[in-house]
Design a protein around this ligand. Structure first.
Ligand code: HEC
Length: 107
C-alpha cells in the first residue's frame, strides 16, 4: 500500500525526469539542432506519401496547413493512411522535411 512516506520519493523522481527533459531541450537550442532529420524524412515521404498526392499538395494555393502544429497533426493523420506505422522519430523526420522544403514555419 502507498503510504505518505513514499510521496517525497515520487516527487524527487518526477523532478529528476523534468530536469532531464529540460536539459535536453536546452541542448537542442544550444546546438540549433532540429527535432527531425529532413534527409530521412524526404526518403520516407518519397516512399510512402505519394500514393494519394504528390508534393504539389504542399505548395498549392489553397493550402490547408497554416502552422507548425497543423503540419505535425496533418503528417500524423496522413501517415495513418499509408498502411505503415510511423515511429515518433519518423514522423518528426517527415515533418522536418516538409517544413524545411515547403512550409517554413517557425517552431
Ligand atoms: C490515403 C491517401 C493519403 C496518403 C497515403 C497520404 N496523404 Fe496526405 N493528404 C491526403 C489528402 C486527400 C489530402 C488533402 C486533404 C484536403 O484537401 O483536405 C492530403 C493533404 C496532406 C497535407 C496538407 C497539404 C496542405 O497544406 O494543404 C499534408 C502536409 C500531407 N497530406 C502530408 C502527407 C504525408 C507526410 C504523407 C505520408 C506520411 C501523406 N500525406 C500520405 C491523402 C493522403
Amino acid at each position: 500500500m502507498l503510504t505518505r512516506k513514499n510521496k517525497p520519493g515520487l516527487v524527487l523522481f518526477a523532478s529528476i525526469l523534468l530536469g532531464i527533459a529540460s536539459m535536453s531541450a536546452l541542448a537542442d537550442s544550444d546546438t540549433n539542432m532540429t527535432l527531425g532529420d529532413a534527409k530521412t524524412g524526404a526518403k520516407l515521404a518519397q516512399k510512402y506519401c505519394m500514393k494519394c498526392h504528390n508534393n504539389s499538395v504542399y505548395t498549392r494555393k489553397a493550402k490547408k496547413v497554416h502552422s507548425y502544429e497543423g503540419l505535425v497533426g496533418r503528417v500524423k493523420a496522413c501517415s495513418q493512411q499509408t498502411g505503415v506505422s510511423f515511429s515518433r522519430k519518423q514522423l518528426q523526420d517527415v515533418t522536418e522535411y516538409l517544413n524545411h522544403h515547403f512550409y517554413d514555419f517557425q517552431q
